[in-house]
Every structure is written in C-alpha cells, then in structure tokens.
Write a protein that binds this ligand. Structure first.
Ligand SMILES: Nc1nc2c(ncn2[C@@H]2O[C@H](COP(=O)(O)OP(=O)(O)OP(=O)(O)O)[C@@H](O)[C@H]2O)c(=O)[nH]1
Ligand SMILES: [Mg+2]
Length: 260
C-alpha cells in the first residue's frame, strides 16, 4: 500500500513548509510508503519557490505548478486536486488542505477504514466525536447544511461532504467522472461515488481555521455553486432515471395490451 497525499496550495507561503513538515512527520512516524504531491495553483507569493527548494531536498515531495489559464477563472481547487491525483502513484489518495485546517491524527483512521473495505472516507466534523473547532458558526452552519441537503436529496450516508478532506482508493476516479473546477468538487465527488454504489465511510476530525494567509472562500459564490450542483445532479441522477423507468413501464404495458 502506498499513500499519496495531494495538497492544494494557493498563496500559502506562510503555511506550506509547516504543512509539508506535518505530513512528513506523520508518514515517517507510522512507517508509511508515501509521497506528497503539492499542487501550487496560481500562487503569486513565494509558495512556488519554497516548494521548488524543498522538493530538491526531498524526493518524496513532488510539486506541480499550475499557471493561470484564460479559461480557468475564480477558484480552481477542484481542478488542482484532480491534476495532483492524476500524477499520484499511490493506491490510496488523501486530499488534505495546505492551510493546516486538517488534523494529521485523522490520516491513520482514514487509511485503516479504506483498508477495511471502504472506498471513500471523509474526515468528518459533524459526526459524533468530530468538531468544527474554531470554524466560524455561520460557515459551519452553511457547510453542515450542505451535507444535510445532500442526505435528503441523494440519501448520502455520511455527515460531512462539503469538506474536501478525505481519502479514497485511486481507482475510484476511473469510474467517477468529476466536472466541478472549484470547491464544489467536494460534494460532487461524494454524491457521484455514492450513486455509482461505492462504499462511503467517515471518521471524526477536528477542524482548525487558518491562522496565516488569505481565504479563497466566497460565501455567495459558494452557496450558488452548491445549489446549482445539487439541482443538476438531482435532475441527472434521480429524476431522469425515474422518468426513464416510468416511460419503459408505460411502453411495456402498451405492448402487453396490444398482444392481448
Ligand atoms: N490549488 C488551488 N488551491 C486552492 C485554491 N483556492 C484555495 N486553495 C487551497 O485550498 C485549500 C482550501 O482553501 P481555503 O482558502 O482555505 O478555503 P476555506 O478552507 O474554505 O476557507 P478558509 O480556511 O477560511 O480560508 C487551501 O490549502 C488553499 O491554499 C485554488 O484556486 N487552487
Ligand atoms: Mg481553509
């Protein structure tokens, strides 16, 4: 088993060294076979040069530098995570954030749960034992509401799909086709994997708000993109198959009537 940690960094010059240190310490302590894919996305601060320097010293850290492309506007964390995952050589992937938001103590529980047979395992702030930590109450309310809505619409069996922090078997992404480019890749991945029939699990985690750096979170844009995603997926994954089944039944009944 090899674990690939995929970490997105956007203007994280104050956090990136500390973050890489935490993942290295954890992986060495637990004697993992591992690598770190650091995805620097459009940073305009010193993040790129810091990553270049540390990657020269440590071959287990492989940086990817994504530059601004005219077609990609706004937040592109989703595209960055996918680009990093494509480069990963491990069979278990862990997405963990570059602003030190995720608790490294959760990594081991995620890996164990995947080894126990789960396909996609979330670090969960809202299940018993988990905590939103010092995340501000409005953001916590909105992010937990995002999952509540998904539980209602799509029968999602876990409690925190809006957090990108998760681990999964790499092979999942050969079956789950992801289209969202920004933060909404997090719920999109969960909903699509669940509807295909993959086994979703969760382990408790404690969230920590960033201390350094600037947030890429935009409240209004986030609500709009989540609602648009949920409607699109509800139509595509729930309503359309129902209509298709209904039409098939009518057609079969008409055929039966015809032959009687
Ligand atoms: N690659 C990439 N990473 C990004 C982008 N936007 C944010 N990130 C990274 O993704 C992670 C999560 O983004 P944040 O800005 O922390 O978003 P958030 O966690 O909702 O908000 P705060 O923690 O309050 O700042 C951080 O590691 C960022 O550096 C982006 O456009 N591309
Ligand atoms: Mg953050």
């Amino acid at each position: 088993m090899t674990v690939s940690f995929v970490i997105p960094f956007h203007n994280e010059e104050k956090n990136c060294l500390l973050m890489l240190g935490k993942v290295l310490d954890f992986s060495k302590k637990h004697k993992l076979n591992f690598e770190i894919i650091a995805v620097d996305d459009k940073s305009v601060d010193q993040t790129s040069s810091i990553l270049k320097k540390i990657a020269q010293r440590n071959k287990l850290i492989r940086p990817i530098f994504r530059k601004i492309d005219g077609l990609e506007e706004g937040n592109t964390m989703g595209t960055a995570l996918l680009a990093g995952t494509r480069e990963a050589r491990g069979n278990i992937i862990i997405w963990t954030m570059g602003d030190l938001a995720d608790d490294p103590n959760t990594y081991l529980a995620i890996i164990k749960k995947i080894e126990d047979g789960f396909d996609l395992v979330f670090g969960s702030r809202y299940m018993p034992g988990g905590s939103r930590g010092n995340l501000d109450p409005l953001k916590a309310y909105l992010s937990s509401s995002g999952t509540r809505l998904a539980r209602l619409f799509f029968r999602i069996p876990v409690h925190d799909i809006t957090n990108a922090f998760r681990g999964f078997k790499k092979e999942l992404l050969t079956k789950v086709k992801l289209e969202e480019s920004g933060f909404s890749i997090s719920p999109e991945f969960a909903i699509k994997a669940h509807k295909i029939g993959f086994k979703l699990g969760e382990v408790p985690t404690v969230y920590t708000n960033r201390i350094e750096g600037v947030s890429s979170f935009k409240l209004y844009r986030m609500i709009k993109s989540y609602l648009r995603l949920y409607l699109k997926l509800w139509f595509r994954l729930i309503l359309q198959p129902c209509l298709f089944k209904f039409r098939k039944t009518i057609f079969r009944n008409r055929l039966a009537d015809f032959f009687h």
